[in-house]
Design a protein around this ligand. Structure first.
Ligand code: ADP
Ligand code: MG
Length: 278
């Protein structure tokens, strides 16, 4: 089998020596080109895990490799951050310049891309997230979803192989959340960029290849979204909300409607209701 792009091998991490483990014996293997989601309630260790993958923190135990490079080795740090970019929760903290195109240029300057190459890379990145028309605008005048797409363009311009999104839609309105998730799905599908999507919105996990549930620093469940959400009793202890359509299906079943198992999306619900009403 091909080497995974991100490999987390029995990793533990504590913020203080001898303190509580924020991440505990986590193993994770992410194949190139895949779309994985990490789910979990607040404080379950998702952000800590993301920062361990990105080399912002080093494991207290275990090993993290990105594209075969060990995060423990200082010589790899910048290359790891370029190849596995990260997009955070609050777009306002990520945008630094007064013009969108300069913001996207910022990372390129840091990694020493020749000035002559920049305009093309910036424009391609903005185009890929549907923001090229805004290249000369001021970031602070954009909507939340637009700002977050500019932040993604800043990462994209560095030609990453993977992008880690740490609750990147949490501060957006529903429209902004949809915009960002659609842009990310396109990058995964059309450019084969590996995505690690951290979220507490369960409906966002419905379309991923594989989801992992974190609880108290551990990965307690891994599987396809259908595996994970097919049995609500099993996920209840981890305090996840089920996706809205799965909840609706459960309520309708409890009122006697014989809906099939495994409904996660509006389309599946519509199809099933139509079938029952025929
Ligand atoms: P999540 O992203 O799932 O909300 P975090 O990774 O932020 O979870 O936090 C995991 C645990 O580590 C929590 O108990 C949290 O309080 C603790 N923690 C997070 N950041 C720090 C920090 N900078 N210093 C000390 N403890 C922290
Ligand atoms: Mg977090």
């Amino acid at each position: 089998m091909a080497e995974p792009i991100i490999a987390v091998d029995h990793v533990s991490f504590a913020y203080e020596d001898g303190g509580k483990m924020a991440v505990q014996d986590v193993s994770l293997s992410i194949e190139r080109g895949s779309f994985h989601a990490i789910l979990g309630q607040n404080g379950s260790g998702k952000s800590t895990l993301a920062k361990l993958i990105n080399g912002l923190y080093l494991p207290s135990e275990g090993r993290v490799t990105v594209c075969g490079m060990d995060t423990q080795d200082d010589a790899n740090t910048w290359e790891i951050r370029r190849r596995a970019g990260m997009v955070f929760q609050n777009p306002d903290n990520q945008l630094v310049a007064t013009v969108v195109r300069e913001d996207v240029a910022f990372g390129l300057e840091n990694i020493g891309v020749p000035t002559a190459e920049m305009p093309e890379r910036i424009e391609k990145a903005l185009k890929d997230v549907g923001m090229l028309a805004y290249a000369d605008r001021a970031p602070h005048l954009l909507s939340g979803g637009q700002k977050q797409r500019v932040a993604i363009a800043g990462v994209l311009a560095m030609a990453p192989e993977a992008i880690i999104f740490d609750e990147s839609t949490a501060m957006l309105d529903p429209q902004g959340r949809r915009e960002v998730l659609q842009a990310v799905k396109r990058l995964n599908r059309d450019q084969g960029i590996t995505v690690l999507w951290i979220t507490h919105f369960m409906e966002e996990a419905v379309a991923c290849d594989k989801a992992h549930v974190m609880y108290k620093g551990k990965i307690v469940l891994s599987g396809t979204p259908r595996d994970i959400f097919s049995d609500m009793e099993r996920i209840r202890p981890y305090r996840l909300d089920a996706p809205p359509m799965a909840r609706l299906a459960e309520q309708l079943r409890s009122q006697g409607m014989p809906l099939k198992e495994g409904i996660l999306t509006v389309d599946e619900m519509a199809e099933e209701v139509a079938r029952l009403c025929k």
